[in-house]
Design a protein around this ligand. Structure first.
Ligand code: 9WN
Length: 426
């Protein structure tokens, strides 16, 4: 298949999942609008229809809460074949009447994507005008985490639900799921009627997800009252890296449209020092998540441990050390597995427990290039395009065989493949 064919197929996936103002992550499995999916999808759209990219972002921003939080799902009220539906997230404090959303957020990559989408627009005036229009909402969405999701003296952000991590059934959450929490009400699952149950989270995982949904809703989404009592509170290394990078990118936008920066350089330095001091692990030679209830690092080595490369939270030397270590330990895998194959809980074809994901590869590819590690970035970018060319636009890929799994015709796989082809590493 030529590069041109791959590009037009990728565009076809976005168009097939396009429902006007937002792009479904996949036709059958994920019918609503998801936060970080839409951010990645906007970047793909920017290369083929720039106006459409801006609409994707603005539709997501319409779901913003009065406290600034951008929810992880913006429900489409006319769709009912997804669970859990909005009935589990009662009385959410949306800014716009009529919006229906979930009650947690997702990795905050949106400002980074908005920065890139803007740069793709050749007309400087149009670009700045758009940035100006979305700037305040983006700033609030990032400052929310500083205001409501930090605790004690640490500037690091607390994750309150596995769905928030975007990597729902990562073995990093196994210890929490093993505690046997269950919701008080029965719940239904729709996901396992659409793709193989063996590729999805287990019922024990879902018990934890639904228990936490009930707990968060019962605290009326007030994290100050929820944090002291929840059994699930983590400094997630990828989530925090995404926030740091988003703030830096929004600061760059601010500079270009003459707005005040949202977080000062001094605060960013303090964040970087806290990230290194709290999450770095010498023995693992990567970053680890931190469990606030156990007051200990989470001993699972996964790709979130190298997400600092995406954020520029490390210099080139430390990036090389982490990335090369990860590559060496997964040399018998496709590039690169979401969990290292020597870890307890690794499963090569189950969701976030080992398969290769295009968004993770894209984030690390871009991060490597920005740190000056061009040849590694080029190799990873090319391996990612090749995987998609051979296996199709799947949600994820078996870490050993590269077989596509989960949802087919998955939007961000298409969107980010377009970006990898259109903006090659130089
Ligand atoms: C729950 C949409 C989302 C992604 C997540 C991925 C998966 C949802 C689900 O799908 O999560 O939010 O139903 O399993 O884990 O990263 O945003 O593609």
């Amino acid at each position: 298949m030529t590069e041109q064919d791959l590009l037009s197929r990728a565009e076809g996936v976005l168009r097939a999942n396009d429902v006007g103002e937002y792009t479904k992550p996949s036709g059958r499995l994920y019918p609503h609008q998801w936060n970080w999916d839409s951010a990645f999808n906007a970047l793909g759209w920017a290369h083929v229809d720039w106006e459409r990219a801006t609409r994707e972002v603005e539709a997501l921003l319409a779901a913003q809460w009065t406290n600034g939080m951008l929810p992880h799902i913006r429900y489409n009220p006319s769709v009912t074949d997804y669970a859990p539906g909005p009935e589990w997230w009662t009385d959410v404090p949306v800014t716009r009447a009529g919006e229906v959303t979930s009650g947690i957020s997702q990795p905050p990559v949106l400002s980074t994507m908005v920065h890139l989408v803007g740069l793709i627009q050749p007309d400087g005036q149009r670009r700045r005008h758009w940035w100006d229009r979305v700037y305040d909402a983006l700033a609030e969405s990032l400052l929310y985490f500083e205001r409501d999701r930090t605790t004690g003296n640490s500037p690091l952000i607390v994750l309150v639900h596995p769905w928030e991590s975007g990597l729902d059934n990562s073995p990093r959450w196994d210890a929490a799921a093993a505690k046997g929490f269950r919701p008080t009400r029965p719940y239904r699952r729709v996901d396992t009627t659409k793709v193989a149950a063996a590729e999805r989270p287990t019922s024990r995982d879902y018990d934890l997800y639904m228990f936490l949904v009930e707990l968060i809703a019962s605290h009326r989404y007030d994290m100050r009252s929820y944090l002291p009592v929840t059994p699930f509170a983590f400094y997630d290394a990828m989530f925090n890296a995404a926030w740091y990078r988003a703030v830096k990118d929004l600061n760059r936008i601010a500079d270009m449209i003459n707005r005040p920066v949202i977080v000062s350089d001094a605060s960013l330095d303090a964040f970087r020092r806290a990230y290194q001091a709290t999450l770095w692990d010498d023995e693992a030679a990567m970053f680890l998540d931190f469990d606030l209830t156990a007051r200990a690092k989470v001993p699972v080595h996964s790709w979130t441990g190298i997400a600092a490369v995406y954020a520029g939270l490390v210099d080139g030397r430390q990036a090389e050390l982490i990335y090369d270590g990860y590559t060496k330990r997964s040399r018998n895998c496709r590039r690169f597995p979401s969990v290292l194959p020597d870890q307890t809980g690794f499963e090569s074809d189950r969701y976030h427990r080992g398969p290769v994901w295009v968004n993770a590869n894209w984030m690390i590819t871009r991060g490597l290039a920005e740190l000056g590690l061009q040849s590694r970035a080029r190799q990873l970018g090319e391996a990612t395009i090749e995987l998609v060319r051979r296996s199709g636009f799947y949600e994820y890929f078996d870490a050993y065989t590269g077989r596509g799994a989960g949802a087919d015709q998955f939007s961000w796989t298409a969107a980010l493949t377009i970006d990898l082809i259109k903006r090659p590493i130089v």
